[in-house]
Write a protein that binds this ligand. Sequence first.
Ligand SMILES: Cc1cc2nc3c(=O)[nH]c(=O)nc-3n(C[C@H](O)[C@H](O)[C@H](O)COP(=O)(O)O)c2cc1C
Length: 204
Amino acid sequence: MPGEPMVVGIGGSTGPHSVTNRLLEQALAETAAFGVRTAVVGGDELAQLPIFDPAALIVPSAAEHLLSAVRAADAVIIATPGYHGGMSGLVKNALDHLELLRGDERPYLDGRAAGVIVTAAGWQACGTALVSVRSAVHALRGWPTPFGVTVNSAEQHVGKDDVDERVRGALRILARQLAEFTEWRASARVLSAAAPTPRAGVVR
Ligand SMILES: Cc1cc2nc3c(=O)[nH]c(=O)nc-3n(C[C@H](O)[C@H](O)[C@H](O)COP(=O)(O)O)c2cc1C
């Protein structure tokens, strides 16, 4: 219902068996259970994006949904597989496209919480990729939630219809933090209206 907060899931990887896609889907379901509207820009859609070109003069049509979804979002969930210790190129390229929001009243991820989900085949990449996404969220002026979800796909089961109960519980905590943030943010909007955030161009 319009007026309710909106959380947008961004990320995943390509193909029908992606663990990251499944986690993102489950996280959005947990978020919706808190009365929040949700939308997703998933791995297969992100794969249609061109490599971000900072010199391009027009917005690529494949990026329009991503940009409008983030503009409408009160919070986002960013989900990525760990690739060589960081986030995947697919997800990084999507975040690079958020540069196209630089001229907005709420530039980049300004004023939006960002829950992060990482899946990797080992714990080391779970941790390092989580940090890489949170660093990007900070650069984009977003608010990483205190709780992030890391899943070691070699040890924890994530199937189409059965997600490990501990993982499901972790996603619920993430969802609760996002839902709470949107409530706090709605209260803070009164303050923002009185003293708008200064526009600082490309300064991060
Ligand atoms: C190109 C590539 C690089 C990867 N690098 C790492 C890595 O550095 N550490 C790790 O633990 N797993 C690594 N993995 C494994 C993936 O993170 C893991 O299988 C993940 O669950 C895949 O998610 P998906 O099913 O959504 O594609 C890598 C996989 C690929 C394809």
